[in-house]
Design a protein around this ligand. Structure first.
Ligand SMILES: *Cc1c(COP(=O)(O)O)cnc(C)c1O
Length: 401
């Protein structure tokens, strides 16, 4: 080696091994080197025994995968570029032409778009079940049903289903279950052990999580995870993940690794503030219904209590209100526009409080009987001072008075 540039590119310096610091290092790669052709040929990419290509992981992504699997009570984890990609990966991997998938009618909207806009064209049919009626779910299971999606609490309307009963039904009928675990985040309950101490475990098969929300906690990263306990199921998902090349960037992985240690503190703080604001919202005459699983009047409260025990730190940072039906959508929009600290924006889990008015009618196949008629507004509570947030909602309510 005579050329200085070649020397630069193939520089022999190796920093000493054994560096330790609070955060794992950020290892970025497409190419990964092998010492010999034999090693290249024989190296295993289906597990974490070594490294083969950046798409299949580096020490950085392995660390996040292991930590997330621990958080959610699972064994294996795959990282994907968004929460929605996690939902998509589950469908891509587990459903084939001729199969049917069941979703709760309050499923995360874009998951409904996957089944309606993509899967239908591939000969995969779907049905929506009433999330508050396990019998309705059971009645819709047929020999073609290969996957049942669960969500607790439900998107936007936040009713809490009896997922224990629904998982038991699916286990009995030998249908795979996938939970969108973004709301629970691995903190409200353990999806792989829903009834601790049960003689046979009540467990979902797959937990999909939008890390974009609480694990990131900053409103600045998109990422998702797919967690399982069953090695065969993990391998099936991993093969699909590899074939389609659904990888993540290590700078984003680092951002999630950095936030993850504080997820418990943040989730609890969001929960405490949200419960308090939701209880106060119940005293405001313009709000005819307040939806939050910890409120005794909220649909499915008893299921949430039975599953979580109801303690602080088990209920995330979302609540929705139904504005009296005498208010038009335009008035509801004006109320949202009048909020100052609450920003208009999708997603949640970050430090800034957010608000979105939803036209629920267009999002459900039927208007849920447990919801009063009106216009719905969803709040996501950030980490601001509680009194400031309450004052902001109070001043915005003036536009309705
Ligand atoms: C946000 C969210 C997703 C999607 O996450 P993205 O990272 O925004 O794609 C999926 N499910 C639920 C319940 C969510 O709230």
């Amino acid at each position: 080696m005579t050329d200085r540039i070649t020397h630069l590119i193939h520089h022999p310096y190796q920093p000493p091994a054994g560096f330790e610091a609070p955060q794992p290092g950020v290892f970025k790669a497409s190419t990964v080197f092998f010492p010999t052709v034999a090693a290249m040929r024989s190296r295993e990419w289906k597990d974490k025994s070594a490294y083969t290509y950046g798409l299949h992981g580096t020490p950085t992504s392995y660390a996040l995968e292991e930590r997330l699997a621990t958080l959610e009570g699972g064994k294996e984890c795959l990282l994907v570029p968004s929460g929605l990609a996690a939902l998509g990966l589950v469908a891509l991997s587990l459903l084939k032409s001729g199969d049917e998938v069941l979703l709760p009618d309050n499923a995360y909207g874009p998951n409904k778009s996957i089944v309606e806009g993509e899967l239908m064209g591939w000969g995969i049919t779907h049905q929506y079940y009433n999330p508050m009626d396990p019998e309705d779910l059971e009645a819709q299971i047929s020999s073609r049903t290969k996957l049942v999606w669960l969500e607790a609490a439900g998107s936007v309307s936040l009713e809490f289903p009896n997922i224990v009963e629904m998982v038991r039904i699916c286990q009995r009928r030998k249908v795979l279950t996938a939970l969108d675990n973004t709301w629970g985040a691995g903190l409200a309950f353990n999806p792989f052990d829903l009834v601790p101490g049960a003689s046979s475990p009540v467990a979902v098969d797959v937990s999909a999580h939008a890390l974009t929300k609480y694990p990131s906690g900053g409103g600045d990263v998109l990422m998702g995870s797919v967690i399982t306990r069953n090695p065969g199921l993990h391998l099936k998902l991993k093969l699909t993940h590899m074939r389609f090349g659904i990888g993540v960037g290590m700078n984003d992985v680092e951002a999630v690794l950095r936030s993850l240690p504080t997820i418990g503190l943040r989730y609890r703080a969001h929960d405490v503030a949200t419960r308090s604001l939701a209880a106060w919202a119940q005293t405001q005459p313009e709000f005819v219904q307040v939806l939050h699983p910890a409120l005794p009047e909220s649909p499915g409260h008893s299921h949430w209590m039975a599953l979580t025990g109801g303690e602080e730190g088990k209920a995330a940072g979302l609540f929705s209100v139904m504005l009296d039906s005498r208010f038009t959508q335009a008035q509801t929009d004006a109320f949202c526009d009048a909020l100052k600290l609450f920003k208009l924006g999708y997603s949640w889990g970050g430090p800034i409080s957010l608000v979105v008015p939803y036209e629920l009618e267009s999002m459900r196949t039927i208007w849920p009987e447990h919801l009063l008629r009106g216009t719905l507004v969803r709040f996501s509570i950030g980490l601001e001072d509680l009194a400031d947030l309450q004052a902001d909602i109070a001043q915005a309510l003036e536009v309705l008075r």
